[in-house]
Design a protein around this ligand. Structure first.
Ligand SMILES: [Zn+2]
Length: 467
């Protein structure tokens, strides 16, 4: 049986500052090597000060993944020399004296499959290496330390995955969960990275390092299984080794073994005392824990009678569920859900579009009310929504500017209906014998009114005319 285990590195992007100093957690908007200070540069004589919010957010992740949460946590030094690490050691966690990392063993369901979580630890991100030059011979490596010291949570799973599809499903669930907890934004470049270990039946375990995104993680696992199966089928032994993911060529390559045979000489970080989290903080965090995705989904179905599938789409994306929760009333909830999951999704499907969007919850509430009262057709509502997202104007202003208001004047509608009846004699005969086919004529009337005919009134008048 194929066994796959994951180590996910997730930046706590919703923090204000780094893990041990007051430099900005959002390092992305700074000039290279400007978001740094003596602490995150590891200058002699400096001391780290722990960011308490980071511990709380990491603990929230542990709780959401059903992990045990110890009362006391400790930090360790992991010693290694590499240009991305200014201190020459990384402050991280290690469960060598019992469970002292923010999260102990836990589990999460992926469909019917249970994925066990080994542990969750909090550590600092190293700096970023930038490679310049076209080939390995004339390559220059530049270092940007803006990222050094940013809070990183490592989520380690047991080797419970059996195929890349399960890996992908887990990553989708995990991304939604992290976003819903308001601890991380998985869509930010570099915010999610991973290592994986893969072994097929009868083969050794191979570790894949350096996978820069969730998207590539599934690909890397898939590539590695194929590579190992190909070796196995030719009776070539699968070496136990560490391989690196080459994100340009989309393959794994063997690392020179010397590079990996490191002795990290872990020892307790003497500059940070053991930290007691205690029952009170755990209790408070439990209270502060945002409503889970599954509970949101159940609430949408049971309170508003929203179809299961729509409720699932709505609840799994924090952007949509926040919007829904802020905009609906008891009476128009179903309509608001409908607008978000049909028309709005295409307009705000990327991070950039969401940031640019001028849509407010009140717009959705107004739109749903007008659709329900028959003052706006769905087609007109869709056109109005496009304009709202772009300009943020009031709905009433858009309706008058774009002339989207319904044609609900009886005489005006009657004229159009009569016109359609005289133009479509065949369809009229058909509709008379089989009322089901009346929709064709309604469609023609909608065409003539550019989708603005009041649908209920149209149907009443048309049926009357048909006799
Ligand atoms: Zn700093």
């Amino acid at each position: 049986m194929t066994k796959i285990g994951l180590e996910i590195h997730c930046q706590l992007t919703k923090l204000e500052s780094k893990l041990f100093c007051s430099c900005k957690a959002n390092y992305r908007e700074h000039e290279i090597n400007s978001n740094i200070c003596p602490v995150c540069m590891g200058l002699p004589g400096t001391l780290p000060r722990i960011n308490q919010k980071a511990i709380e957010k990491a603990t929230l992740i542990a709780m959401a993944l059903n992990c045990s949460t110890p009362d006391k946590i400790a930090f360790f030094r992991k010693n290694y020399f590499y240009p991305d690490l200014p201190k020459n050691f990384q402050i991280t966690q290690l469960n060598i004296y019992g469970d002292t990392s923010v999260g102990g063993s836990g589990m999460i369901m992926v469909g019917d499959k249970q994925i066990r979580i080994t542990r969750i630890q909090l550590e600092e991100d190293p700096g970023r290496l930038i490679y310049e030059g076209s080939s390995s011979k004339n390559q220059t490596t530049l270092v940007d330390y803006n990222r050094a010291g940013v809070a990183l949570v490592e989520i380690v799973t047991e080797p419970d995955f059996e195929n890349p599809k399960q890996v992908r499903e887990f990553l989708n669930i995990l991304s939604d969960l992290l976003e819903n907890l308001n601890v991380a934004d998985p869509s930010l470049e570099g915010a999610m990275r991973a290592d994986a270990n893969v072994s097929i039946e009868g083969g050794n375990k191979v570790e894949i390092k350096n996978i820069g995104s969730f998207h590539d993680l599934e690909k890397a696992v898939h590539f590695e299984i194929t590579r190992q199966e190909s070796l196995h089928s030719r009776d070539i032994p699968i070496a136990q080794e560490t391989r690196h993911w080459d994100d340009k060529r989309k393959i794994t390559i063997s690392s020179r073994s010397k590079e990996e045979e490191l002795d990290y000489r872990y020892f307790l970080e003497g500059d940070i005392p053991w930290i007691t989290i205690g029952k009170e903080i755990h209790q408070r965090l439990k209270l502060e824990m945002p409503e889970s995705i599954s509970s949101k989904k159940e609430r949408y179905v049971s309170s508003y009678n929203i179809p299961e599938q729509v409720a699932m789409v709505l609840s799994s994306d924090k952007f949509y569920s926040d919007l829904f929760d802020k905009s609906h009333t008891k009476n128009n909830a179903k309509e608001v859900a409908n607008i978000i999951t049909t028309d709005l999704m295409g307009l705000v499907d990327t991070r950039e579009k969401r940031e640019r969007s001028k849509l407010l919850p009140s717009h959705l509430n107004d739109l749903a009310d007008l659709i329900q009262s028959g003052k706006l057709t769905r087609t007109s509502a869709k056109n109005a929504l496009y304009e709202i997202v772009k300009s943020g104007k009031e709905l009433s202003q858009i309706i008058s500017e774009m002339d989207l208001g319904n044609v609900s004047d009886k005489n005006q509608l009657l004229t159009i209906i009569k016109q359609v009846i005289s133009e479509e004699p065949q369809a009229v005969e058909q509709a008379k014998s089989n009322p089901q086919t009346v929709n064709f004529l309604v469609g023609k009337i909608m065409q003539k009114t550019k989708g603005k005919a009041d649908p209920k009134l149209t149907l009443v008048l048309l049926k009357k005319e048909l006799g």
